[in-house]
Write a protein that binds this ligand. Structure first.
Ligand code: ADP
Ligand code: MG
Length: 598
């Protein structure tokens, strides 16, 4: 083929691909435009996960009638003039690409009226071409309807995930902005169902409760502004106390000068700040807002604008780490307003508020009825394991004992002791066996719980008082889908509206756990997208991970012996349910060789 210039249409669609990856990117760009336009009320509505329709409406400055067409041209922006302006960007947008990109891969209708003009404009663009335009009366501000996203890019359309997944991406984006911009009233609805409504009264803590729910939201500690007052790099936001942690990094959110960014190094700085405070392989919850001079951060790194470069990356790293560490170490529950009952209910009637009102009616405060949620509390005492044999109800004959173990199983092992409060050292016929106490216990619990489930013998125990758990909106939809399976596993949980769930009953061996922690782990496991033999197995694995004894737990000789004996009884004693080894063997031969004896 000969070399030729791409047609404008093809070039536009290629460029659009970098900005508009999925419906959530459209929401992001449009909401950022609304914020740049000075709106204090932003409404987002979607149909079919945004593939059929995304509507974003604001009460910002609007676009002057003479500039509406220009706004949809590539590299057309009101936010930047000279190359020097790029050195200190204070708006979220500046590339002049978003509207052009969105319009080239969808059918867009734009309604807008500028504050200084008396008449508004309605304009329709399909695949980047203006097909209709008229003057209309309307309040100032802008409303964009984006329909049939990717209708002319079948390749992209094919890669879109289910409406639910796309919705959760939108939820995750908008909820972050709702917390970072408490002065702005955000409203979100999917397929006619209201998902989020913040008051915009400027109370960040209220927005946090609204988005993260009572359980998580109320447990977070506010970073004292005094820690970086008057400094060039200021760090604010909220961080979880050491007792609150999650299975992955998904609950670490970073904003830089009002822009949500993804930054591996800063994420690491936050994790580092919790060094020795969290159990291994657990991650903190943090919502960090960094403010610094615009010229010290370069946002022109990628079309999606979620990556930034810092002039003094080390300085930012240190500031974040120091401030987070100081906040976490300072943790003084009684001094934090967060530990008090939630603030008095505002007067508006948003559904989130009514949920809170309902909650308040249900329990004095959600926190009062909670069990302590530290790892040591939730780790099952070993003594309880013996009784926790997910026993069948007394009237039922016990499950037939496992057939005698034949192949691949363990020889009898003699316990010698514990090393590093992580491993059990045992001796077998051929040398030393080091057992990972957490992995081994996970394996034992996993097989027992699955067996009990298959025999329909999981005993579910009603809670004295049903407990409410509120999950971040982005997780709540996922949990709802899991409810029937959880019920089969003995977890009686029902939806209660706006991300809140009512936990009515739990299997007997789980009743000692804080339901919020348990459900939190069930929805945040890393393997969420992995294909699995069965949903039940996956959920049982997650539950067992939560209840298994942890690294760092000191075990008595008796407890170690019971653990080893129980492990010998399993079908697959050599791996944990996630496939990692439960034990490492060092053969006598190897020892002899290493000592140079042969
Ligand atoms: P950018 O945000 O990088 O400038 P966009 O393509 O997103 O580029 O928008 C182009 C221009 O259209 C903006 O610079 C702004 O002047 C105008 N515009 C877009 N959305 C809005 C809005 N919601 N309210 C007012 N003006 C808007
Ligand atoms: Mg923009």
């Amino acid at each position: 083929m000969t070399i030729r210039l791409l047609s404008e249409d093809v070039a536009a669609r290629i460029a659009a691909g970098e900005v508009v990856e999925r419906p959530a990117s459209v929401v992001k760009e449009l909401v950022e435009n609304s914020l740049d336009a000075g709106a204090d009320r932003i409404e987002v509505e979607t149909r079919e996960g945004g593939q059929d329709l995304i509507r974003v409406q604001d009460n910002g400055a609007g676009i002057p009638a003479a500039e509406v067409e220009l706004a949809f041209r590539r590299h057309a922006t009101s936010k930047l003039e000279t190359a020097e302006d790029l050195e200190h960007i204070t708006t979220l947008g500046f590339r002049g690409e978003a509207l052009a990109s969105i319009a080239s891969v969808s059918r867009v209708t734009c309604f807008t009226r500028h504050t200084n003009e008396t008449v508004g404009t309605r304009m329709r663009i399909e695949g980047g071409v203006v097909v209709a335009r008229a003057a209309v009366g309307r309040p100032h501000g802008t409303e964009l309807l984006v329909e049939d996203l990717f209708y002319n890019v079948p390749a992209r359309r094919k890669f879109l995930q289910s409406a639910r997944t796309e919705r959760s991406h939108i939820d995750a984006f908008l909820t972050r902005y709702a917390i970072a911009y408490p002065h702005i009233a955000f409203w979100l609805s999917h397929d006619g169902r209201e998902i989020l409504a913040t008051s915009g009264n400027g109370n960040a803590q209220e927005a946090l409760l609204n988005v993260y729910g009572m359980d998580l939201g109320a447990s977070l500690l506010e970073i004292p502004p005094a820690l970086t007052e008057g400094q060039a790099i200021r760090v604010g936001g909220f961080v979880g106390p050491p007792s609150v942690h999650r299975a992955n990094r998904g609950y670490i959110t970073l904003f830089v000068n009002g822009r949500w960014v993804q930054d591996l190094r800063l994420t690491y700085a936050i994790i580092q700040a919790y060094y020795t405070l969290l159990p291994t392989k657990r991650f903190p919850v943090a919502f960090i807002n960094i403010l610094m001079p615009a010229e010290d951060v370069d946002v022109n790194v990628h079309p999606a604008k979620t990556e930034v470069r810092f002039r003094d990356a080390d300085g930012v790293f240190r500031a974040v780490q120091r401030v987070v560490r100081a906040t976490v170490m300072e943790e003084a529950p009684s001094a934090s307003p967060w530990q008090a009952p939630p603030p008095t209910l505002p007067q508006d009637t948003s559904s989130a508020t009514t949920t809170r009102a309902r909650l308040a009616a249900l329990t004095p405060t959600a926190r009062q009825v909670r069990l302590p949620s530290t790892e040591t509390d939730t780790a099952m005492p070993l003594a309880a394991i013996a009784n926790a044999k997910v026993a069948p109800p007394p009237a039922v004959t016990p499950p037939p004992s496992e057939p005698p173990q034949v192949m691949g199983t363990l020889p009898p092992l003699r316990v010698i002791g514990q090393v590093a409060t992580m491993f059990i050292v045992t001796e077998g016929p051929d040398g030393i066996y080091l057992i990972d106490q957490h992995a081994a216990h996970e394996r034992i619990l996993y097989e027992r719980m699955l067996a009990a489930w298959m025999q329909r013998s999981i005993v579910s125990q009603p809670l004295l008082e049903p407990q409410t758990v509120t999950l971040p909106l982005a997780d709540a939809g996922y949990l709802e889908e899991l409810l029937p399976t959880l019920r089969a596993l003995g977890l009686d949980v029902e939806p209660f509206g706006a991300g809140t769930f009512l936990v009515r009953a739990l299997p007997t061996f789980l009743v000692h756990l804080a339901p919020a922690d348990l459900l939190g782990d069930i929805v945040t496991a890393d393997e969420r997208t992995a294909v699995d033999a069965s949903l039940e197995e996956m959920l049982v694995r997650r539950i067992c991970k939560r209840i298994a004894i942890k690294a760092g737990q000191v075990l008595s000789r008796e407890e170690m012996e019971r653990l080893v004996r129980d492990l010998e009884q399993t079908r697959n004693p050599r791996t944990c349910p996630h496939g990692r080894p439960t034990m490492v063997q060092i053969g006598v031969e190897q020892l002899i060789r290493q000592f140079g004896r042969s």
